[in-house]
Design a protein around this ligand. Sequence first.
Ligand code: ZN
Length: 285
Amino acid sequence: MPVVPLHELLATARTGGYGVAAINVVNDLSIEAVLAAAAQERAPVVLQTSVKTVKQYGAAPLHAIVSAIADAIDVPYVLHLDHCPDRAVITDCLANGWGSVLFDAHDLDVAENLRQTIEVVAEARAAGADVEGEIEGIQGVEDGIGSDARTKQQTLEIAIDFIRRSGVDVFAPSIGNAHGRYTQAPVLDAERITALVAATGVPQALHGGTGMTDDQFRDLIARGCAKVNISTALKEAYMKSGWEFLRGAAERDVWDPPSLFRAQRQAVLDMAAGHMRLFGSAGRA
Ligand SMILES: [Zn+2]
């Protein structure tokens, strides 16, 4: 399957008016299921790994697993590192074949974040890879990274200046979105997406998508969110299908691991395929 640069995948999505699903995978089963969904839907896809998953496998073995599974299918994909504040992990992933990284230095002040992001962009370019930038933090904790405190939003001018001067390929703005499950329907500053894209031409990454309405997704994609992250929905599909299956296994007192894996694979595949259709990326590869 062709690996394509993230900026190309997102530029094509902007032209076509759709969003590319960027799905956080957690192991070989979820990697295979998401790629199978992409093949089934003829949809380009971003496979994302958290820092935690990279550390669990090691960058080289994890990349080898993704490549081996992706060899079997023929839709374009990018392997992307999600929220990473750790430069050493970024260097490790770039050296081991990741096509894109999110350098998440929102804990630093914007000037220092910009200085380091420029370095990361240079490092990524040398490896033929792309960079997502972030200055505000997305509310909520994801795989041990982040905070439940309300995020501090920078001014639009500061965000535009950061995007222009850093040279990032995609930007993760804070628009009232949050990681995890929303306790109530999110109120989103969609206009900020329109303003950022109009000023910079750089596509935006939508974080905290799980729990948004279909209309919110469509509106944000039309405004320029060409990369739409999905993490919580995968975790829930994976764990809940496993839970359902294991309850049945206990009732029957039959313990067959491959049957459990099949149930989880199907649940993850259906979840991923559903999002690809919703984001309009189905049939585009
Ligand atoms: Zn995120």
